[in-house]
Design a protein around this ligand. Sequence first.
Ligand SMILES: [Zn+2]
Length: 295
Amino acid sequence: MTGERHRFKVGAFGCIVVNDGTFAYPHPAKNVFINFFVNAPEERLRQVLGRHNLDPDRWEQYVSPYPALVVDTGQRRVLVDTGAGGLAPTTGKLIPNLRAEGIAPEDIDTVVLTHGHPDHIGGNIDSEGRPAFPNARYVMWKDEWDFWTSEPSLEGLKVDEHGKEILIKVARNNLLPIQDQLDLIDRETEIVPGIRAVAAPGHTPGHMAIAVASGSENLLHISDTVLHPVHLEEPDWYSAVAYAPEEVVTTRRRILNRAAAEKSLVLASHFPFPGLGHVVKAGEAWRWQPIELTG
Ligand SMILES: [Zn+2]
């Protein structure tokens, strides 16, 4: 299901998952899941998708939400990721959705960017190319910033040249204008009290997760550590946009283990909105247990 905004609490912190819109991933060849699970053996892929009532021969699109997360700690108002901005006609709803929650862009004092992909940084700037969150410091992992603002090699990605050009162009357009408000981190540091950076490289060179803790409760925002619930069951299957596939898998196993052990509430960016649930250990792998939505 697709929603726009979802409020919840982590201890004393008020949180909102705010959707920037959705994007339908078209099928590259015969089905979109080839992109999500590029190294999956075909027979096994059929079995697993079948268990999820997905038909690899008929499934043509995967409609993903592009969520941002607002965390109001009482002292600080933090936004994690900025959506896709003008990437598609169906995206760019972050600011109106924030305003609908009574939040103006000026109210955000920290913007954390989990990584430099277009659907996570596309709303960094406004229509005039200025930082969309004028009073915020933008926080990013240093390796990630360095990668996208130098001459990034996307050779390993199973993406066509046009796709690679878009990745690089959107990153440059949305990163260079924020450099005067930038705060780069290179370790698992506390970003603001109660919110910590967690290294999660692989999907991109400096992809990070975010740990939010208040009182006895915690939330682990795992961003693109997994892209589809099937990645919990088949953690070795990686996507066409994986920058470093082996690292994707090791990072994924570490983060999923942590989420299951800590019984964290988990936010996975591209799972059905609002993308909140729990990671449950299942044999050698895991399974996804989405929260139940009421009302
Ligand atoms: Zn993404």
